[in-house]
Design a protein around this ligand. Structure first.
Ligand code: NAI
Length: 249
């Protein structure tokens, strides 16, 4: 059966975990060859096995998105494996317990991964897409913390910044037919949010502040990302798509 990403190569960072893994699997189900990018370790290889188990095609390329040279090597590895890059989901991120106003180290690390990491990925991806001359689609993971605040200054600043990067890149590369959008999830059931899930009072608070009354499943974010990368969104660029069950409505 024809998939909507047949013949395309999709890169997903943070693909060893919740939202990234679900999105990598979704791209593969729609026919893309997928580069699963994550920190060195077993998680990325597990995602590749899951895709292979469904007869999809994927490769793991280790990366630390906070290291520009590592990001450049990721794009080189993508082209070495599959010859091109058409779609990129810049999703790797951290949410540190220590990200509070009196902890500058956590602030710096969160900005390095969640904001500078996204900028490094965009820079390297558009270089490749521009060289190909084929255009492309990029989605960056922001958050409802890119729309409203919370007591984590680094995380909130980074996620607001991701929307700024998205708009700037969309304007810069529109004539090269590279569309750049963001997805802004509410609370999603993933390893990152497990700490909220484990504490019944916090879980109840999150469910109460979400009009739909529940956490999102990673697949519900993946389907929004796939749409933004698809031909169905061919005139959508610079847009932060909120997927939050009404939490910021
Ligand atoms: P997760 O913790 O399950 O997955 C994140 C992945 O990113 C992990 O596999 C991790 O190894 C990888 N990663 C971390 N630092 C990295 C680095 N320096 N280089 C490469 N990979 C790195 O988290 P989840 O929930 O899937 O989050 C994905 C994205 O969604 C993040 O950007 C997060 O901020 C964002 N988000 C998550 C929400 C949630 O409720 N889970 C809500 C809104 C946004």
């Amino acid at each position: 059966m024809a998939g909507q990403f047949d013949g395309k190569v999709a890169l997903v960072t943070g693909a060893g975990g919740g939202i990234g893994r679900a999105t990598a699997i979704a791209f593969a189900r729609e026919g893309a060859r997928v580069i699963v990018a994550d920190l060195p370790g077993d998680a990325g290889a597990e995602t590749v096995s899951m895709i292979a188990g469904e007869s999809g095609e994927a490769r793991f390329v280790p990366v630390d998105v906070s290291d520009e040279a590592s990001v450049d090597a990721l794009i080189a590895g993508t082209v070495a494996a599959f010859g091109q890059l058409d779609v990129a989901f810049n999703n790797a991120g951290i949410n540190l317990e220590a990200d509070v106003w009196d902890n500058p180290l956590a602030f710096d690390r969160t900005l390095a991964v969640n904001l500078a990491g996204v900028a490094a990925c965009i820079r390297a991806e558009v270089r490749q897409m521009t060289a190909q001359g084929t255009g492309g689609a990029i989605v960056n993971t922001s958050s409802i913390n890119g729309i409203i605040g919370s007591p984590q200054p680094g995380y909130v600043a980074a996620k607001h910044g991701v929307i700024g990067l998205t708009r700037s890149a969309a304007l810069t590369y529109a004539r090269a037919n590279i569309r750049v959008n963001a997805v802004c999830p509410g609370v999603v059931r993933t390893p990152m949010s497990a700490k909220f899930d484990d504490i019944p009072e916090i879980r109840a608070t999150i469910e109460a502040m979400t009009p739909m009354g529940r956490f999102a499943q990673p697949e519900e974010i993946a389907s929004a990302v796939l749409w933004l990368c698809s031909d169905g969104a061919s005139f959508v660029t610079g847009h932060p798509l909120v997927v939050d069950g009404g939490a910021t409505a």
